[in-house]
Design a protein around this ligand. Structure first.
Ligand SMILES: [Zn+2]
Ligand SMILES: [Zn+2]
Length: 340
């Protein structure tokens, strides 16, 4: 094991609905098959907010949150192959799967019954070091800026998976994609969607002029409040905001045959709605987690688009402030904690 410090700084969740606590923790040591990563940057994802706010109810407390991790491998455990010390890697939400359950056997590891999740059921990246299963890390090539790459690890990956779900088979260019909630995931997926030939409509919190401007700067040809009727019906919609009432709103805005994709891990209750807004083969689809194949595909695609990210850099000890700003919608793009 190379020379490593004994302790590190980390932001720790002790209980739901309490601020994270800055703590001095022992630097973890990688077990068999694991890597120790010196974290350079960790994005602040809406899922972190659902964990900290107690909407996701099974965190492994005390917990170090964070699952958009970019850093350099500092040490490797026994049996690790193909990942060397010094290499830049990304660590996503999916931290481990069993490989044996009915979902894993069908290539649906995102649905694994025993999956472990970074920054939720195992410690994550709001820290100077973290440990990850080497098989679930992605190598990052081309020397990206760690803070700018961090949002790709979840907002990007989940955004990409939700875009694939939005158009499972139709090949036509010029289809209209509606995006509800124009935050970190949307600002990445908008770039991919534009590159694939979609026309883009953006729906934001009514009155949020900054979000309208941001969406237009990323290629939305129409942007308005989520309570507004768009000028044309959508061919597909993706909902990133965790608000259940957006589901019937999106169905009403979507043409027959179109799909409404709910991309978040949590959503408030969906109100009852009349069957006629679902009829004529509209569908509602949810997206859960990611597979490693999603990650490999998206991380290969992103430099070709090329995807650029808008980030607000904050210090590790500002994690509570970053979460508060995300909760209140006071961010443009993605907040990223940087450790340097
Ligand atoms: Zn499994
Ligand atoms: Zn996330």
């Amino acid at each position: 094991m190379p020379d490593l410090p004994e302790t590190m700084r980390a932001m720790v969740m002790d209980a739901p609905n309490t601020p994270l606590r800055l703590a001095e923790l022992p630097v973890p040591r990688p077990g068999p098959g694991e890597v120790l990563v010196k974290v350079a940057a960790c994005g602040v994802c809406r899922t972190d907010l659902h964990v900290v706010d107690g909407e996701l109810t099974e965190p492994n407390l005390p917990l170090v949150p964070g699952h958009e991790i970019v850093g350099h491998v500092a040490a490797t455990g026994d049996g690790v192959t193909g990942v060397d010390v010094g290499k830049l890697v990304g660590i996503p939400w999916l931290g481990w799967t069993c490989g044996e359950c009915r979902y894993c056997r069908k290539g649906q590891e995102n649905l694994c019954e025993r999956a472990l999740f970074t920054g939720y059921t195992r410690d994550g990246g709001y820290a100077e070091y973290t440990v990850a299963d080497a098989r679930y890390c992605f190598p990052l090539t081309g020397a990206p800026d760690p803070a700018e790459a961090a949002p790709l690890l979840c907002a990007g990956l989940i955004g990409y998976r939700s875009l694939r779900m939005a158009r499972p088979s139709i090949e036509g260019k010029g289809d209209i994609l509606g995006i509800y909630g124009f935050g970190a995931a949307a600002h990445i997926v908008a770039q991919v969607a534009k590159a694939e030939g979609w026309r883009l409509f953006a729906f934001v919190k009514p009155g949020d002029e900054a979000a309208i401007d941001f969406a237009k700067s990323l290629g939305a040809e129409w942007a308005g409040g989520s309570d507004e009727t768009p000028p044309e019906l959508l061919d597909a919609a993706i909902i990133y905001a965790p608000a259940g009432p957006l589901v019937p709103a999106a169905l009403k805005a979507t043409a027959p045959g179109g799909r409404v994709v709910c991309a978040g891990i949590y959503m408030s209750e969906i109100p009852a709605f009349s069957y006629d807004i679902l009829w004529r083969e509209r569908s509602i689809h949810s997206v859960a987690n990611l597979t490693r194949a999603d990650g490999e595909e998206f991380l290969a695609l992103a430099p070709q688009v090329p995807v650029t990210t808008t980030v607000e850099r904050m210090k590790l000890e500002e994690a509570n402030e970053a979460l508060a700003r995300l909760r209140d919608g006071r961010l443009t793009g993605a907040a990223v904690l940087t450790m340097a």
